[in-house]
Ligand binder design. Sequence first.
Ligand SMILES: [Zn+2]
Ligand SMILES: [Zn+2]
Length: 181
Amino acid sequence: MKIRLDQTGESFDWQETLSLSVADLDRPELVEIGAIRCRGKINSVLEDLLLHARLSYEQTLCCTRCLGPVANSVSTELSLLLDSDGRKDKALEESDRELQQSELSVLVVEDKILDTQPMVIEQVQLAIPMKPLCKDDCAGLCSECGADLNRGSCECEQAVDPRWGALAGLKSGSSDGSVRH
Ligand SMILES: [Zn+2]
Ligand SMILES: [Zn+2]
């Protein structure tokens, strides 16, 4: 959707359902993404335009350990100060200083036309974790046979290298010794 910021008035209701493809996001962790429901307002506050919205959608990510699907319901809030006429470069007004102190992100809008799609894509990107996990203690895949260790141990795990076994024995032996001192 393209919103003309010179026609938003005091308050503009932004309601949009955006369909993005996985290719739009270009993230290997993302397997599937549902329609993105955007509900929010653009309010004129003194000389500024503030956008406040909530995005909600379903996404399926790929667990970085076991490669299994991780389904998420995402509901994320978005607050932006829209800078539609490059006033950032001019001397800041008092109201601007207060807004800056509230650490709102500023989105520069060209030609007073806000294109919502790139803005939404950026928010969705931010909501994709760097290393998605299906659960915190995901056991991952066996590096030998590729079995999903969440479903139980594989054959390889039982065949412990005898050298490691000997080392484990030494360790427990020495700690036993110090306790009995
Ligand atoms: Zn996993
Ligand atoms: Zn294995």
